[in-house]
Write a protein that binds this ligand. Structure first.
Ligand code: B16
Ligand code: MG
Length: 220
């Protein structure tokens, strides 16, 4: 498929921090009496913290909030969220994900993380994943989050690989759209795979090995 690099989304692909996002936003919403559920949480996948708050506030009908109040809310959500992240360990990465990433690396592909999260470095550190990737592009380095292609184009630039030779692995519709807008090939995992919008839909993470035609029998 003419692919030289694989760029992985973080939340919902390499690790399941999406549950922690939900719990943190839920706590904040409950405190403020704002309705929030799993369906609304699904819309937050891949989008920035500030944009997530705007989506949550669609169900808020109190007095208009000032920018300072909104900032206070996103900061509080992040404190709660980081409380969950601080409990993470390498056991929060499945053997399937770790082994597959290792095999792809061993087969000679360049690897990067492309995440909207400003907590990316912390999560990679807590889960022991940092050394698996050549480059990391994250929410601290960009001005526009997915579905804008900025984070993936930055990752490709860091890797020195042309966008058309990159494969994106994403769990969010916004991320698949970002990959397409970047001119990259896309593989959907989890929720996004049900939408049938990507070039490849993964039933399991190891399906990446077939897509990249990597021998699955070799021990790594
Ligand atoms: P933070 P990804 C995204 O990560 C999450 O899917 C999204 O729900 C979150 O709002 C965003 O990161 C920002 O995260 O609050 O940690 O900066 O899927 O792009 O890896
Ligand atoms: Mg994601």
């Amino acid at each position: 498929m003419g692919c030289e690099a694989v760029i992985f989304d973080l939340d919902g692909v390499l690790v399941h921090t999406d549950r922690f996002h939900y719990l943190a936003w839920k706590q904040l919403s409950d405190e403020r009496g704002i309705y929030f559920d799993e369906e609304i949480n699904r819309r937050l996948r891949g989008v920035s913290r500030d944009e997530s708050l705007e989506i949550i506030l669609e169900r808020y009908d109190g007095p208009a909030l000032t920018p300072e109040e909104k900032k206070e809310m996103t900061e509080k959500k992040n404190v709660i969220y980081r409380g969950f992240l601080s409990q993470m360990t390498p056991a929060d990465v499945t053997d399937e994900v770790r082994d597959t990433v290792r095999r792809i690396r061993k087969a000679g592909y360049r690897l990067a993380v492309g995440s909207s999260s400003k907590n990316t470095a912390f999560i990679l550190d807590k889960t022991g994943l940092t050394g698996y990737f050549d480059e990391v592009a994250d929410g601290t380095m960009i001005t526009k989050t997915k579905p804008d292609p900025e984070v993936f184009l930055l990752a490709a630039e860091q890797l020195a690989v042309r966008p058309e030779n990159c494969l994106i692995v994403e769990d969010a519709a916004a991320g698949i759209e970002a990959g397409k807008r970047a001119g990259m090939k896309t593989a959907a995992y989890g929720d996004a795979a049900k939408d049938r919008i990507a070039d490849y839909d993964l039933e399991q993470f190891t399906d990446l090995l077939q897509i990249l035609t990597i021998d699955t029998g070799v021990n790594v």
